[in-house]
Write a new protein. Structure first.
Length: 303
């Protein structure tokens, strides 16, 4: 009998790094998290990722054959970061693949964290079994991914699915984190909702608390959340006209606001989607933060 294959999965985010050994069936062994030393430079981030992976690997006697990494930022085909949020100091230009492979002594593949998350959901989560899926991750930014028959469509430069950087038609212009103007992310990501609430009420409130207020009927909280969700829906309505997916998966921190955002997103899609694409299913993540580890490990195992 051949030895079962295990793969290391690592998820490098802006605030935490998570890692685990992943079995073929998606079971996680030795899951652990480390805070991301985001301001201390690329080597510190790599060291923390390796530490998380080593703790995962030490949790059992599994025969680990490869490592997959999902990371914030755009990842080129050589496993290097070509574009990233300023939150990770010095991350752009880092060849994550070579540095982690060299330290762990394992063949390593690297992909964008939202791409990894979508792939994890397509193999083991809410969109498993769907043919064409569009995933949108709404948190401190807005990312996205396209999957087809359980495989990622990463694009020529690893950027496919960047739905947060689609332009919308806002009442007042805003600059996006990417430096361009009026992209969805600048109006509908978590920080945008928080700043809208602050502008309306004068209160600096974090998104989970704005959600609690909205659930208690606070009209300002309801209006900023619904406005952001509606913009997400309108954008999705245009994207489904282009891609005609079977299903849209909502994930990321804002997905926890499903009870508040599902309806305005649905209505926004209906406003712009053509007959056919307007019937797209709308689902919410079932795997949460585990999805990126599972997806990164799945890519490494496929190679
Ligand atoms: Zn942008």
């Amino acid at each position: 009998m051949s030895q079962p294959a295990f793969t290391l999965g690592i998820d490098i985010g802006g605030t935490k790094i998570a890692a685990a050994v992943v079995a073929d069936d998606g079971a996680l062994v030795g899951y652990n998290e480390q805070p991301t030393p985001a301001s201390r430079g690329a080597q510190a981030i790599i060291d923390a990722a390796v530490r998380a992976a080593e703790i995962g690997r030490a949790a059992g006697t599994h025969h680990v054959t490869a490592c997959g990494v999902g990371t914030a930022g755009v990842v080129d085909t050589d496993g290097a970061i070509t574009h990233s949020t300023d939150a990770l100091t010095g991350w752009v230009g880092t060849n994550v693949r070579d540095r982690i492979a060299g330290t762990l002594g394992l063949p390593t593949t690297v992909l964008n964290d939202v791409h990894a998350c979508a792939l994890g959901e397509a193999r083991f989560g809410a969109i498993a079994g769907f043919r064409d899926a569009l995933t949108i991750a709404i948190g401190t930014g807005i990312g996205g991914a396209i999957t087809h028959k359980g495989q990622l469509v990463a694009g020529a430069t690893g950027t496919a699915g960047s739905i947060g950087h689609v332009a919308i038609d806002p009442p007042t212009p805003r600059r996006c984190t990417c430096g361009r103007w009026n992209h969805l992310e600048a109006f509908a990501a978590g920080p945008a909702i928080e700043s809208d609430y602050h502008r309306l009420t004068g209160e600096a409130t974090r998104l989970p608390d704005i959600a609690i207020k909205a659930r208690h009927g606070d009209s300002a909280a309801l209006s900023v959340i619904r406005a952001a969700a509606s913009l997400v829906g309108r954008t999705l309505g245009q994207v489904v006209n282009l891609l005609d997916p079977d299903v849209i998966l909502i994930t990321g921190g804002v997905a926890a606001l499903q009870d508040l955002i599902a309806e305005p997103i649905r209505r926004g899609i209906a406003d712009d989607a053509l007959p056919g694409p307007d019937r797209v299913q709308l689902l919410f993540s079932t795997l949460g933060p585990r999805a990126a580890i599972l997806g990164a490990a799945a890519v490494a195992r496929d190679r």
